[in-house]
Design a protein around this ligand. Structure first.
Ligand code: SF4
Length: 283
């Protein structure tokens, strides 16, 4: 299966997002998913372009709203493997409400946050993941707010699968995306993805020097919520690997016979004229 298309990404050379695109394509191929059974929904930002760079169904949504669209896609057509993706501004600022409620709702899909700790598309402003004191054009005297900690937030919001990776470790992120896609429920994968143009602090070298790899931590048990929270706090969120996974039923597992008559197979009794009218109403 070839998840490549002929659209050339216009990310800056060296941008961490290239690895994430490649990782999604490899993970889908490794799991024998076909392009017509994969949907990628994105938000706004440099990260948002990813839905156009993968040979699958793609939907480039609006800022912070990739998750409601992706959840709707999965509910309408449970046969699709659904990925939502966006930047840290998309998911942890304007879209934060959706992020928290999607985690506790637990619809079977994967959310990949391309976390570069800055707003890249708009030329480098402080984002919710920028550290306190971070200097950009929008905070010339240093950010006055504390950074958002998505790992602690996810664990306390009922996430069923939580992983964190680094764009500099392609093999690692392919593996965690595969595991997230196979998880029965909502999976959040936060990936440190350096913005080489506007963020000179959170660089490849910075992550290589500061990341703690869970695979090196003897005795770590990703089914233990308390241990996961303790490790996240101990490392100040700078850890990579599968941090937590539970076996809870997904949202739709709790709806009797849900898979037997999905919306995608229902006759909506919509004539071509009625469909045109509906589309025009929203244009
Ligand atoms: Fe990547 Fe930053 Fe360039 Fe955007 S501005 S494409 S995030 S390196």
């Amino acid at each position: 299966k070839d998840f490549r298309n002929d659209v050339k990404p216009n990310w800056c050379p060296g941008c961490g997002h290239f690895s994430i695109q490649a990782a999604i394509q490899r993970a889908a191929a490794n799991l024998d998913i076909t392009p017509e059974h994969l949907a990628v929904v994105s938000g706004i930002g440099c990260s948002g372009r990813i839905s156009g760079y993968i040979n699958s169904y793609g939907f480039h949504g609006v800022h912070g709203r990739a998750l409601p669209i992706a959840q709707g896609v999965k509910l309408a057509n449970p046969e699709l493997t659904v990925i939502a993706s966006g930047g840290d501004g998309d998911g942890y600022a304007i879209g934060m409400g959706h992020t928290i409620h999607a985690m506790r709702r637990n619809i079977n899909m994967t959310y990949i946050v391309m976390d570069n700790q800055i707003y890249g598309l708009t030329k480098g402003q402080t984002s919710p993941r920028s550290k306190k004191g971070f200097t950009t054009k929008s905070t010339p005297s240093g950010a006055m707010e504390k950074q958002v900690h998505p790992m602690q937030l996810a664990l306390s919001s009922g996430v069923g699968f939580l992983a964190q990776g680094f764009s500099g470790d392609l093999k690692g992120i392919v593996s965690m995306i595969e595991q997230g896609m196979q998880h029965n429920g909502f999976s959040l994968i936060n990936i440190f993805s350096p913005c080489v143009t506007y963020n000179k602090i959170n660089s490849y070298d910075f992550f290589k020097e500061n990341i703690v790899k869970l695979e090196d931590e003897e005795g770590y048990d990703s089914s233990n919520l308390g241990m996961a929270m303790q490790k996240v706090i101990e490392t100040n969120g700078m850890l990579t690997g599968v941090i937590y996974q539970d076996q809870e039923p997904s949202f739709t597992d709790q709806i009797p016979n849900f898979d037997q008559n999905p919306i995608v197979h229902q006759d909506l009794h919509l004539t071509s004229a009625a469909l045109t009218e509906l589309v025009e109403e929203f244009c």
